[in-house]
Design a protein around this ligand. Sequence first.
Ligand SMILES: *Cc1c(COP(=O)(O)O)cnc(C)c1O
Length: 398
Amino acid sequence: MSITPLMPVYPRCDVRPVRGEGCYLIGDRGERYLDFASGIAVNLLGHGHPKLVKTIADQAATLMHTSNLYGSPLGEAFAQTLVDNSFADTVFFTNSGAEAVECAIKTARRYHYANGEAHRHKIISFDNAFHGRTLGTISATSQPKMRDGFEPLLPGFQVVPFNDLDAALAAIDDNTAGFLLEPVQGEGGVTPATVAFLTGLRKACDEHGLLLILDEVQCGYARTGTFFAHEQYGITPDIMAVAKGIGAGFPLGACLATEEAAKGMVFGTHGSTYGGNPLAMAVGQTVLEEVLADGFLDHVKAMGARLRAALEQLIPNHDAMFEDVRGMGLMLGVKMKDAYDARAFVGHLRDHHGLLAVSAGQNVLRILPPLVIEESHIAECIEKISAGARTFADAKAA
Ligand SMILES: *Cc1c(COP(=O)(O)O)cnc(C)c1O
């Protein structure tokens, strides 16, 4: 037998982390990495955050799981805090981002069904989007690497170019339920929606009775310097999927909606065995308290501006390799020139300079540090990228 016990769907690298300390990961040979990947925008409090560790230990000892058959004091409190701090009136808890997007899609279809317009089922989504790996969420993408071999996928999706308002408006027809998009595309290349695009979609939704569904699984939860990225566009969605940072490492997601948009989601329409269990809710509340604490968002904004400026300063010294810096807050990308492969550069930084980052579509080096980084971590990161760029170019020339 040659298949590995772990189904070989990931090209796993040689780094095998066994411990985390703040913004660092320690591998199984004792080697240390500056973790500017954060488990792909998940570990926003870094590793081993004392308050989070204590919450998990205490809640595990008190009550870990019951069932959604019963009332949930912790779930009610956490949902209320999310409602108080967002556009939403109601929340469904999931265990992952894809499940949160699934719930968002179901909520949108159910809304039109409840209005007696079940034919309005089509969701317009966008090129280079990433919404997860379930059959429903891959149906909302156009990327062959995610779709090939899994067809037939779910009908009722139409994918049009991102940041092209005219194309999005032209796709609206009598069957349209709404738009689904990431305000800042993550996997697709750290590409923010333009203000004209996102506000234009909101306006079209208002005019045509459509729902604006945002996927803030990666860009939400303080990552861009505001609690949610859409706040920086001056609009609100009707439905929103959240995950990754919300659990800061514990598997947790959420689908948030306005009362109007959620009007079809009545008893029996949706569910999840684990979703919102007491352990998850205790974690969620602790993470949210940290994120909403005085100064947290200001810190993300300040560190984001610093890191961005430092990355921009690198470019003139390595202008054969780097093109520009993109993104918002601490969700940043460095677009690399065609002659250099971002995925290979990520491997080079990891193996030779002890820096963990991620690659993204469109040949982008994606940088997603914990949101609790300090200036010293930024300096260390810049040093490593700068040294890495030199040795990477040398290796290529050799
Ligand atoms: C990661 C991600 C998802 C999927 O989340 P999972 O927890 O892996 O299911 C969905 N949407 C976006 C924007 C993401 O970045």
